[in-house]
Write a protein that binds this ligand. Structure first.
Ligand SMILES: Cc1cc2nc3c(=O)[nH]c(=O)nc-3n(C[C@H](O)[C@H](O)[C@H](O)COP(=O)(O)OP(=O)(O)OC[C@H]3O[C@@H](n4cnc5c(N)ncnc54)[C@H](O)[C@@H]3O)c2cc1C
Ligand code: FES
Length: 269
């Protein structure tokens, strides 16, 4: 299985790779093959050109189309540090598109929730929605959460798409103080309707969204960004416990990264 997967890696030209904010980088790759069929929620893995970091690193796709793929990543450890040093004109071994995608759900009263770097697949979903719907009338509301005012990304672009956007920060430096889910709860107290939720963010946020949805019978689809090893189903490193009677775990890399919240066993069974 491993060699088959490695054969599928493609060598993509790096068109740009720059830090747009301290520790946050935007990388654009040239992809002569079909990019329009890549879907929001899908991800790619990058093999780093260094013996020091052999494990491929997964990143959600921020944008794809017109023979280009864009990712947006935070410099966290050795792998992302090495990635940030890659220069325009170099080639990277990339495996894509991987994973499932956010489902197509009715847009009426749909809610999108993003926490921190979880904005990546949400941005892509918004872009595709903006291409297919009148965003100012389709009743989709986007709740973006960040630690502080400096950690919102691509806001100008999102605003140009005319979505109804709510901002919240943990420290109250921009928008409402609290989480994006707190902001949604507040709106629901004022009568806001919600038909479904799509979310991406840190695990505790996704767990809170899942419980919130289950309590109110609102379907929630969550893009999970579990720490990964192999990226193709061999190491079990990305296993999440599920409620399925036939299997105890599913793999984020092969079965996800998007799961309906009720599939996941959030509490020890
Ligand atoms: C499906 C998927 C999509 C992702 N999309 C993005 C994205 O769009 N942008 C982005 O910046 N990152 C994304 N990530 C996370 C990204 O893969 C990791 O940040 C990266 O692999 C870290 O590599 P590293 O070598 O720099 O850090 P490491 O040296 O491997 O780790 C440094 C520290 O970060 C922690 N860490 C590593 N991976 C994760 C993770 N997934 N979640 C939380 N903590 C982690 C480690 O436990 C360690 O403490 C995604 C992960 C998955 C599984
Ligand atoms: S990362 Fe190895 S099984 Fe998913």
């Amino acid at each position: 299985m491993k060699s088959k997967i490695i054969e599928k890696h493609r060598s993509l030209l790096v068109l740009s790779n720059r830090q747009i904010q301290k520790n946050f980088c935007l990388m654009q790759l040239e992809c002569p093959e079909e990019t329009d069929s890549i879907l929001p929620g899908q991800f790619l893995t990058v093999v780093l050109p260094s013996k020091e970091s052999l494990i491929p690193r997964p990143f959600s796709i921020l944008d794809a189309g017109k023979s280009k793929i864009t990712i947006f990543y935070k410099i966290l450890g050795k792998g992302t540090q090495l990635l940030s040093l890659i220069k325009k004109g170099e080639f990277l071994k990339v495996l894509f598109p991987l994973g499932n995608a956010f489902p197509n759900v009715p847009v009426n009263h749909l809610v999108l929730l993003s926490g921190g770097i979880g904005c990546v697949p949400i941005f892509f979903y918004m872009k595709r929605l903006a291409q297919s719907h009148k965003t100012d009338t389709c009743k989709v509301k986007v709740y973006l959460g960040a630690s502080d005012a400096d950690h919102f990304f691509f806001l100008d672009q999102m605003k140009r798409w005319k979505f109804d956007i709510s901002l919240s920060t943990d420290n109250g430096s921009l928008g409402k103080k609290g989480t994006c889910l707190d902001a949604l709860k507040e709106d629901m107290k004022q009568g806001k309707k919600v038909s479904a939720m799509l979310a991406c963010g840190p695990y505790p946020m996704l767990k809170a969204v899942a419980h919130f949805g289950e309590d109110r019978r609102i379907p929630a689809y969550l893009a999970m960004e579990q720490v990964m090893g192999c990226g193709f189903g061999a190491c079990m490193g990305c296993a999440v416990p599920v409620k399925d009677k036939k299997q105890a775990y599913k793999m984020v890399c092969m079965d996800g990264p998007v799961f309906e919240s009720k599939e996941i066993q959030w509490e020890p069974g």
